[in-house]
Design a protein around this ligand. Structure first.
Ligand code: SF4
Length: 64
């Protein structure tokens, strides 16, 4: 699962962290999304898909 995060769109809303806490965190200072290391796990896909749908700014997409 390759996650692309467009930081120019991210507004730091944090829904992605809520839906897929193993895959996303937020930068301490800026609040912008940080894509974690745990995204190769196929079990993460459904939670990542939920996060993509939940993101209010359309900053996330999945490739592959
Ligand atoms: S849900 Fe979207 S806008 Fe919110 S922190 Fe995640 S990527 Fe950024």
């Amino acid at each position: 699962v390759l996650i692309i995060a467009d930081l120019s769109k991210c507004i730091g809303a944090g829904q992605c962290v809520t839906f897929a806490p193993r895959c996303f965190t937020q930068d301490e200072n800026t609040g912008l999304v940080v894509v974690g290391n745990d995204v190769r796990d196929e079990d993460s896909r459904s939670s990542v898909e939920a996060a993509v749908l939940a993101c209010p700014s359309g900053a996330l997409r999945i490739e592959g």
